[in-house]
Design a protein around this ligand. Structure first.
Ligand code: GLY
Length: 355
């Protein structure tokens, strides 16, 4: 097992990565929430992972998919917690991917004005991103994740053994999010020699997850509430969110999982950074190589409309009212504001020509 600590002072917590990490749950809870006498386990029907919190517990099943991320589900959970007599000193345990940890974390943040929670993350995407860092929340019709709270878990268990049950597209989605980390962090992966980013490809799965978690832990510890630096965790995401938003249009032109969209967004961000003179060809090629190495495509889906994508990008809440992108450069990826829409359109055209 590999343990990584998210260093947040008196709210610091451990993330344990490895095969069978879920079996540490009972010990972990008695260490980090010693006051707990009862537990509320929140999960989804299709998640084939049983946990033993070592305490009397009740299971709460939320709907499948993004439908679970709604205020009505938070209300149902909180009413269920109240009926199960969960007190402020008890513990909520989220067992699932990002949808479950987001909604259970927000219910925990809200119930009794804040109950401790522990994440048992069961997807690759969740293990390398959503389960760590304390962003919890739900969607409203006006936008995704528009209602939520920063509420840090007391511990996170990333059991790599359970990943073997993931469907192939879920793997692909996690790998897209992993590809992002090849360019982040102080590990040298964002170095200028052209090679280090690809090193993430060469290690075993649990080491890959642990490396991604270490980078995320360091970034979250340095900027918990996304004042600035934490934005780098959205590397590749501005175009990805636009592609995902466009995909939900009336004619549903393509079917992309989140990480698959991030992979395209990484190649786009590198191409835009080169257009703006921030990086050279070799660095763009490294992005393409890493994305391919994770068995993903960096090409725009057929039928992508540049003007429409720019409109969606401008609406992205992470864009802070102007067209902001996380772009690679001599110091690695960093937020760059006030990008001209014409540059974005030209970059999308360039990608279409080279695909
Ligand atoms: N998923 C991006 C973040 O946690 O900040």
């Amino acid at each position: 097992m590999i343990t990584i600590t998210v260093e947040l002072g008196d709210r610091r917590y451990d993330v344990v990565v490895g095969d069978g990490a879920r079996h540490l749950l009972a010990t972990m809870i008695s260490d980090v929430v010693p006051t707990a006498g009862r537990a509320a386990v929140v999960t989804q029907a299709g998640i084939p992972v049983d946990v033993d919190p070592g305490l009397p517990f009740e299971v709460f099943t939320v709907p499948d998919g993004e439908a679970a991320k709604s205020l009505s589900v938070v209300e149902a959970l909180c009413r269920g917690f109240a009926r199960a007599r969960i007190s402020r000193s008890d513990v909520v345990i989220a067992v699932g991917g990002g949808v479950v940890t987001d909604v259970a974390g927000f219910a925990a943040a809200s119930f009794h004005r804040g109950v401790s929670y522990v994440n048992v993350s069961t997807t690759l995407l969740g293990q390398v991103d959503a389960a760590i860092g304390g962003k919890t929340g739900v969607n409203i019709p006006e936008g995704k994740n528009l209602v939520g709270a920063f509420w840090q878990p007391k511990a996170v268990l990333c059991d790599t053994e359970v990943l073997s049950t993931l469907p192939p597209r879920e793997w692909a989605s996690g790998r897209g999010e992993m590809a992002k980390y090849a360019f982040l962090g102080a590990t040298g992966d964002a170095g200028t020699s052209g090679q280090p980013g690809a090193s993430l490809l060469d290690v075993a799965l649990s080491d890959q997850v642990a490396r991604c978690v270490s980078i995320k832990a360091e970034v979250v510890a340095s900027d918990e509430r996304e004042g600035d630096r934490r934005m780098i965790l959205n590397y590749g995401h501005t175009l990805a969110h636009a592609l995902e938003a466009a995909a939900f249009g009336p004619d549903r032109r393509w079917d992309l999982r989140h990480g698959e969209a991030v992979a395209i967004g990484l190649v786009f961000a590198a191409t835009l950074a080169r257009r703006l003179g921030r990086i050279d060809d070799s660095r763009v090629n490294l992005h393409r190589r890493v994305v391919r190495g994770f068995d993903l495509s960096g090409d725009l889906p057929a039928g992508a409309d540049a003007e429409e994508l720019v409109t969606f990008m401008a609406r992205d809440k992470k864009a802070h009212h102007d067209l902001t992108f996380v772009l690679d450069g001599p110091n690695g990826p960093e937020p760059v504001r006030d990008i001209e829409p014409a540059e974005v359109v030209a970059t999308l055209a360039e990608m279409e020509r080279s695909s």
